[in-house]
Ligand binder design. Structure first.
Ligand code: AMP
Length: 111
């Protein structure tokens, strides 16, 4: 089942893309919770982190490297990566995504 992120990948709905390659894209979150709030998503439609298999390890590592790259590109050295796994953890779009959040002081622990 295609999600809104699947539609962004297919070019069916617009997104403010900041990065793309053969394995993933990154774009601005439409409802940012910080001055920098980017989403990194794989082209492969993994629903969530726990759908990941051993064969996906390189892909997920790549997503983390791209998250670092787009943070640097946005001019921030300090940032937080968030992956919500499951509705009870706040996941609302069931296509794996890494939130890259920064540009302000971030408190800990998160809600
Ligand atoms: P999560 O709650 O972890 O599933 O995060 C989903 C994120 O996707 C939220 O931060 C939303 O603001 C964001 N989002 C939903 N639709 C869009 C969209 N069309 N373009 C960009 N970001 C979106």
């Amino acid at each position: 089942m295609s999600t809104i992120f699947g539609k962004i990948l297919a070019g069916e709905i617009p997104a403010d893309r900041v990065y793309e390659d053969d394995r993933c894209i990154a774009f601005r979150d439409v409802n940012p919770c910080a001055p920098t709030h980017l989403l990194v998503i794989p082209r492969k439609p993994l629903a969530q982190l726990d759908a990941m298999e051993e064969a996906d390890e390189a892909l997920v590592g790549h997503l983390m490297r791209v998250a670092t790259l787009v943070a640097k590109q946005a001019g921030i050295d300090d940032f937080r990566l968030v992956v919500n796994n499951g509705a009870g953890a706040g996941q609302s779009v069931f296509h794996l995504h890494l939130h890259v959040i920064g540009g302000r002081d971030l408190s800990w622990p998160p809600g």
